[in-house]
Ligand binder design. Structure first.
Ligand code: PLP
Length: 394
């Protein structure tokens, strides 16, 4: 049978990721200097591992409720009350549920909100999944050009909003740039979306990896805490913001697939309806493991990433423009113009020297920058930087 002709236009609209090209080339190398990794390089905290192992041993291996297990939902809702001041649950008009990874939440959001003819505004550069999700949902991803500082401001978004716009997708700390939006930027974007009747989706998968310069004071009871700025933290934001967060990056279990979504009840209800007939539920044992995650202090790892960030930025700045990442574990670096190379050409030169980085075209309509991940051993980072800087000198 010619099965090729059976493939849907939807699937044809999704091309193999440009990241795969790099991995295929790198597969020929014995011990590459891998600065392409999109996940943390620390082990899962012992308490989280134990929670999942005990769940298996205690035969908690069956389906869970569509929305997730009650103890985890309780923890999520308590955390959002502490962090954002949100009240979630019966009678509040706001709801939450556990998803199969942050990607699971994003997929459901696109499917629940977008159809043919609809538009979503996404940042450019973007997390590689965003435009493809719009394609899969039958709609269009409208790129908001955020170069050169990678700030998705209300000023940049406003001209792109049309009567077809369903939502604006905001991502801070951002992948691939690590840039963190300010409180004012978050407020202005929320106000804009409210005034236009457009939902603001906030992908905050890297929120716990925010460095000192990106944090803002948040009043809590008699004291204050320091958190990543979020459009979800303003009064009444829970009526206008769909919040999407994850566990995988924060606690090092990306392969376990766990995240969550919270926001206006009608949106969460639509997403959970699709969840019920697609994913069914997030993986059960992972949910049991994630219960203890909120009680684990990850700040030593965040400090460690901040030190590596300083190292990477200080070296690269000698050769090119770098927007300082205040979060995540990436930096998005411009190929020096005088080299006359696209980012793909530059990345190929890096690969010839056994250094793996990701070309900007994976994340953008432009081919001018490349992503360096500093989620790698310090010695490898230093060796990789030596080679990248040598190539930048030309
Ligand atoms: C901005 C952003 N959102 C979502 C995801 C998906 O994460 P998850 O592994 O939780 O599906 C990623 C993963 O790289 C990401 O960078």
């Amino acid at each position: 049978m010619n099965t090729e002709r059976l493939i849907s236009d939807r699937a044809r609209g999704v091309s193999a990721s440009g990241i795969r090209r790099i991995f295929n080339l790198a597969a020929k190398l014995d011990d590459p200097i891998n600065l392409s990794i999109g996940q943390p390089d620390f082990p899962v905290p012992a308490a989280v591992k134990r929670g999942a192992i005990e769940a298996i041993e205690q035969d908690k291996n069956g389906y869970t409720l569509t929305k997730g297990i009650a103890p985890l939902l309780g923890k999520i809702n308590a955390h959002l009350r502490f962090d954002l001041g949100w009240d979630i649950g019966e009678g509040t008009g706001v709801d939450s549920f556990v998803t199969s990874g942050t990607s699971g939440a994003l997929t459901l959001a696109f499917l629940a909100l977008m159809g043919p003819g609809d538009e979503a505004i996404i940042p450019d550069p973007y997390f590689a999944m965003y435009p493809y999700m719009a394609t899969i949902a039958g709609g269009t991803a409208v790129r908001c050009d955020t170069y050169p500082d990678f700030r998705m401001t209300a000023e940049r978004v406003e001209p792109l909003i049309t009567d077809k716009t369903k939502f604006v997708l905001y991502n801070s700390p951002g992948n691939p740039s690590g840039v963190v939006g300010t409180v004012d930027e978050c407020r202005d974007l929320l106000e804009l979306c409210r005034s236009k009747g457009v939902l603001l989706i906030s992908d905050e998968i890297y929120d716990e990896f925010t460095f000192k310069g990106g944090l803002t004071d948040v009043a809590r009871g008699d004291g204050k805490t320091r958190r990543c700025p979020s459009p979800a933290r303003f009064d009444g934001a829970q009526d206008d913001v769909l919040l999407i967060r994850g566990f995988g990056k924060t606690y090092g279990f990306t392969g376990w697939r766990a995240g969550y979504a919270a926001g206006p009840e009608p949106v969460i209800a639509a997403m959970t309806r699709i969840h019920q007939y697609t994913y069914v539920c997030a993986p059960s044992i992972v949910q049991w493991g994630a219960i203890v995650a909120f009680d684990v202090n990850m700040s030593a790892h965040v400090d460690d990433f901040e030190e590596r960030r300083d190292l990477v930025v200080s070296r690269l700045r000698e050769h090119t423009d770098v927007s300082v990442p205040e979060g995540a574990f990436y930096v998005f670096v411009k190929v020096p113009e005088r080299l006359g190379l696209t980012s793909n050409q530059f990345v190929d030169r890096c690969l010839e020297r056994e250094v793996m980085v990701i070309p900007g075209s994976v994340f953008s309509d432009r081919d001018t920058h490349f992503r360096v991940s500093f989620s790698a051993p310090r010695a490898k980072i230093e060796k990789g930087l030596d080679i990248i800087c040598e190539l930048m000198r030309g």
